[in-house]
Design a protein. Structure first.
Length: 407
């Protein structure tokens, strides 16, 4: 996760086929704790057989900020994760969770249970392993299965220095360190720093002595034009981390995170078919993604109908030469092809953009912005569709400015 540039996929159980088919197009898997807890055997069978085939690394994210929300209608996976952590009352249905209610014994229980879960993750029933190994279509030896690459202790989302969650996060980290030492796995811990803003993240990162850290800035939407100042701040924070000798991997990131590698980001993870940011308040409602087409030159998903309309009139803007698309209409792709295309597209983006000089990045983004905007203006389509196309490209110009500012 800390060698440039590591492309991780956030695993969802609907993605098994995509992940199985495309292992050479990404570097590792990020397994959400909710899925690992809820569909434990199936997830293990899948992840472990894959790790045995191609030494595919994986880590499990506790998704702990989930429990900072009131969970009015908790899902089974929420309750099972809380049970796994040994504190069923983490699922708070009626009152807002309070940092002051985290006693030392709760913190210790959560931390030790999570580490035990990670250490024991490679224990799987032979029957389950064999079932998933068979689907890989090639012989896979169970003894080649891997432990999680790192253990990411539970952490909280810190909105600001006054909200009292910072202390909970710090105590979870310290309790995890102590317990990991007892179990002889302390060298495997990597700290997640989650914050409500880039400047808050920068402050927290500057307080830790850890050299390899994982970042999550809540609800940082790469595409929203109002994110411009925040993206600049994110880039500046990464530069500061790099100057301190820290390496940073992003828990959530889209194409813009690939561009951030020039300021020190060593990798990022994205859901297959998802927009690639996450607001911690939305964690409880995550589900399978809708079928949309990832437009490589926009570096974002749009509705298949919109992509098809552009493709008919301006094929150069939308065409993709990957083996799913073959430069054909986006409407030809079924659900899994749409998903596979998106992973291939990200892989290609990384190889094409990672080493590109910043001035060229800026110019290309601006060029593509102008191309889409003028296409929107001459598109023969209902006004609403043309407006959607125009609205779908503004971020390119914004990113171009951000990269120019960051240099
Ligand atoms: Zn494609």
């Amino acid at each position: 996760m800390f060698e440039s540039f590591q492309h991780y996929l956030s695993y969802g159980s609907t993605d098994q086929q995509t992940v199985r088919d495309l292992s050479e197009y990404f570097d590792g898997l990020l397994v959400p704790g909710t899925i690992a807890a809820f569909q434990a055997e199936g997830t293990k069978g899948f992840v472990l057989s894959l790790s045995a085939r191609s030494a595919e690394p994986y880590v499990i994210d506790s998704r702990f900020p989930l429990f900072q929300n009131v969970l009015q209608r908790p899902k089974k996976s929420h309750q099972m994760l809380a049970d796994l952590l040994g504190v069923p009352s983490l699922v708070s249905q009626f009152i807002a969770p309070d940092p002051a209610s985290f006693t030392d014994s709760m913190i210790e229980q959560i931390s030790s249970n999570w580490i035990d879960f990670n250490v024991g993750f490679e224990t799987v029933q032979t029957k389950t392993f064999d079932k998933y190994a068979a689907r890989l279509g090639e012989p896979v030896l169970p003894e080649n299965r891997q432990d999680p690459l790192f253990i990411l202790p539970p952490y909280t989302m810190v909105g600001n220095s006054a909200d009292n969650w910072e202390g909970v996060s710090q105590r979870l980290w310290e309790a995890s360190q102590s317990y990991a030492k007892l179990r002889g796995v302390d060298d495997k811990l990597r700290r997640v720093i989650a914050a409500g803003s880039a400047s808050e993240w920068d402050r927290l990162a500057s307080l830790t002595v850890e050299r390899q850290i994982i970042a999550w800035i809540s609800n940082l939407d790469e595409f929203k034009l109002s994110s411009e100042a925040e993206l600049v701040q994110y880039g500046e924070s990464l530069k500061s981390s790099t100057n301190r000798g820290q390496q940073v991997f992003a828990l959530y990131g889209g194409f813009f995170s690939v561009l951030l590698s020039r300021y020190g980001l060593t990798g990022s993870s994205h859901g297959i078919g998802f927009g690639e940011h996450r607001d911690w308040v939305e964690l409880p409602t995550s589900g399978a993604p809708p079928a949309r087409y990832y437009v490589p030159r926009l570096h974002r998903y749009v509705g298949v109908d919109i992509a098809t309309t552009i493709w008919r009139q301006f094929p150069d803007l939308v065409s993709c030469d990957c083996s799913e698309c073959n430069n054909g209409s986006p409407s030809n792709l079924d659900y899994h092809s749409l998903m596979r295309h998106s992973v291939r597209a990200r892989n290609k983006e990384i190889s094409e953009w990672l080493e590109m000089p910043s001035a060229e990045v800026s110019n290309l983004l601006e060029r593509d912005y102008i191309a889409f905007r003028s296409a929107a203006q001459s598109l023969s389509a209902p006004t609403a569709v043309a407006r959607k196309v125009e609205e779908s490209c503004g971020h390119l110009s914004m990113w171009s400015r951000v990269i120019k500012v960051l240099g």
